[in-house]
Design a protein around this ligand. Sequence first.
Ligand code: LLP
Length: 421
Amino acid sequence: MRPLPTHLLPDSAEVVDGVLHIGGCNVLDLATEFGTPAFFYDEQHLRDRCREAVAAFGPGVAYATKAFLCAAMAKLAYEEGMHLDVATGGELHVALAAGVPADRLVLHGNNKSSAELRMGIEAGVHRIVVDSFDELDRLDQIHAETGLTPKVLLRLTPGIKAETHDYISTGQDDSKFGFGVSSGAAELAIDRARSAVSVDLVGIHAHIGSQVFAVGSLGRAAGVIGEIARSHEFEELSVGGGLGVPYVEDERAPTISEWGRVVREACAEAGVSARITAEPGRSIAAAAAITVYTVGTIKDLPGIRTYVAVDGGMSDNPRPVLYGSGYETFLPRAVGADRTKPVTVVGKHCESGDLLVRDGLVPPDIAVGDVLATPVTGAYGHSMGSNYNMVLRPPVVFVRDGEARLVVRRQTFDDLSRFDT
Ligand code: LLP
């Protein structure tokens, strides 16, 4: 009767006397030591996915920091040989502050300000991925002021709709991102950037969306821009990120290595000789973490549903509310137990949309005080968290070889008043 599917747990997950251990640490002990809610990351899982990405795409492959960023994560991706994709001045700042050299950073963003561009150019970032004609204007201006000439890629929109949620689909013609291929904007941008003194155009980029299971679509997009890279003899081609991960029982996703193979094949077919690179985020970080909560209230509404309320919610994982995303849930004290009780796991925020797991299953003996977990929360959870209702943002703990280290501390009430003047 449907115990938690273990392929959703971090690589190092083991069950000892029924209890979940990650990175050699007992999850119930971690919950006691660090409190709840908390994000527990399997550090070796993160490292292994970074290594897999480097093996699949080569050393220029960039970790998309929007998926999950803190100093420890920036350092880890750097140590494992990755570049880092930063999409705002804030992400750029955190990566630099973590000690990642600027020449390992790729600066993204559909609406970079002059200040953000200058910050990146003056730091000496590896690449700027240019997204609009207005940005090319700003780069002209910065060159006139500083004499600096950054190496850039142009972000193209290949006109391919990824099979994913509309909010995170970016490759279709109707998109705020990039220069459209079918409208002719891409060719105009290439001509302009080629002849500009303000930038050194080394290649092109496309990212068609996120949480994509069909590597065929990712391959097709690579083929479309591969063709353009070949005809212009560009030296570099980035296929963005987007590889999906399974969140719930029946989902399966290709591995990073399989994605790399499909992209390489599509590029080889298009006769591309450019260096091919990519920017995975979710596929590096998502399955590395679980979020652990404490059950505070259980309401059985006869004939309707059972609400299980925990001490976090949409402030530590807004994905169910934003995208209707599904998650599994389980009790770390009884990982292999049959989950026969249907429940809806909700948070502590003051709105009915505050759902973490819409149709979850838990063991029938679930009780107030139980530690409850949701797996696959390592990407776009902590990074999209908020202080809604002035709920404190949870800590992040890395576990490996029986050791746990706190890498982001829990917020305090004093943190909440820090910005008031
Ligand atoms: N490169 C670019 C230019 C991107 O915009 C993104 C994601 C990535 C790489 C990394 O994509 P990944 O490998 O993580 O799919 N908040 C949403 C996801 C937004 C993705 C935004 N861009 C979610 O929680 O599903």
